[in-house]
Design a binder for this molecule. Structure first.
Ligand code: G3H
Ligand code: 13P
Ligand code: ZN
Length: 343
């Protein structure tokens, strides 16, 4: 089965009311962990590569790792998505490489830091949609700015999504999915104190309002790592120095999914799992030097987190629910929906 358009994976999730994790991928072990986890619990897959991942992997290597995933797991629907595209060119590059979905993050200027004006966001996102939809490729946009600049993405200044702008933004850009800012941020340092389930952690009212106004829009929660405390403790126990920090608890993500979120972005948790595992192995066995002896366990540790996310977000058990669409099918879908909206 070729790569599946992400739009279909999200449409199917919406029909049944579950969320799908988006996992960032940079190397073979991450891709294997994501696929092994998906096979075990029968989940559809969204793998995402950032601009940094494309650079790190020389693009070609990542593309061929993805080809290997498709060949090795032919029955699992897999979407390959560009994360935080900062301009039209990078989106085109990803599409040329064979990605089935791109994010045009028009909330920020090309530097990935300065907030972009609402009108410019519409213009640049629409340009990507105009290019991508005729090829059957899914497009995610972003409205509002996440807090946090740790991964080099973000202005450092949080701007929550204004639900009153969303309908117009979606109508003008025709995006399939929209990243919303509701109080999450990228990286490990999200909250300084442990989130209290009895207090509002995230702006769920924004999610609910957008869902009322645009019931067919697939909302995306970025910055949704949960920063497991046991991984932080393990990193610090074996020589690391991660300061006190808390992530987005799984209960908050479940609330988001119940309110209409369909894609939940996770990167940091897999980084923490790798680091905690490798630090412990190096501590316990200072003579270790065969990379397979630490990258293999690191891959298993990522798989444990991945399975937990598939189960918690509800995508587990849904890999074989539907006949995957091709990009050709999506071309026809977009042509018809353009025709309908111009009538
Ligand atoms: O949202 C950002 C992702 O965590 C990707 O991070 O740009 O360091 O690959 P990266
Ligand atoms: P985390 O840093 O919380 O894992 O978020 C990742 C993300 O949003 C990727 O786009
Ligand atoms: Zn993100």
């Amino acid at each position: 089965m070729p790569l599946v358009p992400m739009r279909q994976i999200l449409d199917e999730a919406a029909k049944k009311g579950y969320g799908v994790p988006h996992f960032n991928v940079n190397n073979m072990e991450q891709a294997q962990a994501i696929m092994r986890g998906a096979e075990e619990v029968e989940s559809p897959v969204i793998m995402a590569a950032s601009k940094g991942a494309l650079k790190y992997s020389d693009m070609l290597f990542l593309r061929n790792i993805m080809n290997a995933c498709v060949e090795r797991y032919p029955k699992i629907p897999i979407a390959l998505h560009l994360d935080h595209g900062t301009n039209v060119e990078i989106c085109k590059t990803a599409i040329d490489l064979g990605f089935s979905s791109v994010m045009m993050d028009g909330s920020l200027e090309e530097d990935g830091k300065t907030p972009r004006s609402y009108d410019d966001n519409i213009a640049v996102t629409r340009e990507v949609v105009n290019f991508a939809h005729p090829l059957g490729i899914t497009v995610e946009g972003e409205l509002g700015c996440l807090g946090g600049i740790e991964d080099g993405i973000g202005s450092g200044e949080e701007k929550l999504t204004n639900p009153d702008q969303v309908k117009e933004f979606v109508e003008k850009t025709k995006v399939d999915a929209l990243a919303v800012s509701i109080g999450t941020s990228h990286g490990a340092y999200k909250f300084k104190i442990q989130p209290d389930p009895d207090k509002n952690l995230l702006a769920m009212n924004i999610i609910r309002r957008i869902h009322e106004l645009c019931p067919n829009l697939h909302m995306v929660m970025h910055g949704s790592s949960s920063v497991p405390q046991e991984l932080i403790a393990q990193i610090n126990q074996y020589g690391g120095d991660i300061k006190e920090t808390y992530g987005v608890p799984l209960w908050a993500i479940k609330e988001g999914i119940a309110a209409g979120v369909r894609k939940v972005n996770v990167d940091t948790d897999l980084r923490l799992a790798v680091t905690a595992t490798i630090r412990k192995i190096f501590h316990d066995d200072p003579e270790a030097f065969d990379p397979r002896k630490y990258l293999g366990p690191a891959r298993d540790a990522m798989k444990t987190i991945i399975i937990e996310r598939y189960n918690t977000f509800g995508s587990a058990g849904h890999a074989y629910d539907y006949e995957p669409k091709t990009l050709e099918d999506m071309k026809i879908f977009y042509e018809e929906s353009e025709l309908q909206s111009s009538r």
